[in-house]
Design a protein around this ligand. Sequence first.
Ligand code: SUG
Length: 442
Amino acid sequence: MTAVEVNFDGLVGPTHNYAGLGPGNLASQRSRASVSDPRSAALEGLAKMRRMLRLGVPQGVLPPHERPDTGALRRMGFAGDDAAVLADAARRAPDVLAACASASAMWAANAATVRPGGDGPDGLVHVVPANLVAALHRSLEAGTTTRVLRRLLPDAVVHDPLPPSTGTGDEGAANHTRLCAEYGGPAVHVFVHGIEGDRQVTRFRPRQTLAASRAVARLMDLPGQAVVHVLQAPEAIDAGAFHNDVVAVGDRDVLLAHERAFAGGAADVARIAAAVEARCGVPLRAVVVREAEIPLGDAVRSYLFNSQLVRAGDGRTVLVAPAEVREVRSVAAWVAAAVADPAIPVDAVEVVDVRQSMRNGGGPACLRLRVVLTDAERARLASGALVDEARLDALEDWVRAHHRDRLTPGDLADPALLEESRTALDELTAMLGLGAVYPFQR
Ligand code: SUG
């Protein structure tokens, strides 16, 4: 069956800010309390989408969530009208307000894990929205994400998120890679987790649990031979790889990973390769980057492995990398050599500037959710879900009309920001043909 991979990017919301909220996320910690620029953040995201479109990769969008989440603030004891809730939270619990104001739904790789229709017996696309229980600000995303995905993909089976508990922490596609010969053919799903049971050996608390990965694979009704579970290397988590997509990326039969990404090292890569060969009938083209070439710290600082590895419309394999790869010497050297090296299956590298997102630990790959769809499935998407150049122009206008170019932590309590945000989202849901998805619209 022919199918293509559609990238759905999270649109950056009007409250994009730096609150140091990401557990184990070094960039987010470093940026804490600095001034953000939501308008540039959103425009950078749209510019990246335009680059993808021009590469011939179908592109969709996911809307931001309603923030600050006054419903969540009320559930945590702040009362009165919206302005009173915001003011009281700012005074008594600024960290809680920051969590409820985060625009973190922009990192769509954490929205869900997706199984293409062809990968299971019922022939339907399956989606498991992530519960994101590792941090308050992200756990607030699950409900709206589930509603949005149900609207967006009316024919898909969109499951409920896994029950929320520390033992079932699920961070979505950031820890999942689907490998195959062709998008529409048989595939192997690689699920990467940071912790098995409750024996934590890392300094930073791992976010994805084996129990969650197993549950997601079960919900997706994947045959045993199509699933490989891999444990993250503890040193990768402690170096800042809070999600596996900070140290590994795959596309079709290509896997690009740092040698210190997986606990089992070469043995894990061999297990993945054996599964791909058996199930997909092709050898895995694995590119394992050695510590001697790129030290783990440089990999995390540059987010090289958080590049999007995509099949361009002309068939080339393109690595869409963050601009920071040029700024870290070992990485810049590797990238320059990679394109010329016939042993590395990357035909071109395109550099994109997503600095506003990067300062919160979100690179190009964090901003997108990959959904493999057939033509028929694509035709059934919500009307405005896919973008073309004209729609991107309209979304840029929308950003310029609604997003501020400067936001400080103190601004999060401004009732005008909440109003601006709601006005923006109301307009956006109409543009995307999503109907009412936010609490303030119901
Ligand atoms: O969960 N940052 C996000 C970044 C997510 C990146 N996604 C992937 N790797 N796929 C996180 O840590 C920071 C928000 C703040 O600090 O204000 C944050 O949540």
